[in-house]
Design a protein around this ligand. Structure first.
Ligand SMILES: [Fe+2]
Ligand SMILES: [Fe+2]
Length: 133
């Protein structure tokens, strides 16, 4: 589900490497979701969310520094999207995970799919297209 495709390449190596890592983390969530042998998934879910949180914070910081360095004119609106995504991740309620672990994994997977489609494939790609050219 979270296999990397050529169409995801932005042409900026460090951004592509970091996006690949985000896909890996999303893939971990999907693997845990599919695995029926893990009876209690809580610890794995918390681990994945924390990893996603840390890596996203790092990635957004790097992307924002890149935009500033290149005087990207739509920097502010791009940063607003980053801040909103970060707010969503930080807002994940860990106490709800235990009530329905499968649902919380599905929510997490759908959140990342949405982010890939609406941010990475649109906003990030538009940004790199403009900066590189
Ligand atoms: Fe990105
Ligand atoms: Fe971005």
């Amino acid at each position: 589900m979270f296999n990397w495709k050529d169409e995801y390449y932005t042409g900026v190596d460090f951004i592509d490497e970091q996006h690949k890592r985000l896909f890996e983390i999303a893939g971990m969530a999907y693997d845990v979701y599919k695995n029926d042998f893990i009876v209690d998934k809580f610890d794995r879910i918390v681990e994945i969310i924390n990893e996603l949180k840390d890596y996203t914070e790092y990635h957004f910081g790097e992307e924002e520094a890149f935009m500033i360095k290149n005087n990207y004119k739509k920097f502010l609106s791009h940063k607003v999207e980053h801040d909103d995504l970060m707010k969503d991740i930080n807002g994940i309620d860990f106490s709800k995970i235990d009530k329905d672990q499968e649902k919380s994994l599905l929510d997490l997977i759908n959140f990342v799919i949405d982010w890939i489609q609406n941010h990475i494939l649109k906003v990030d790609l538009n940004m790199t297209k403009e900066v590189i050219n």
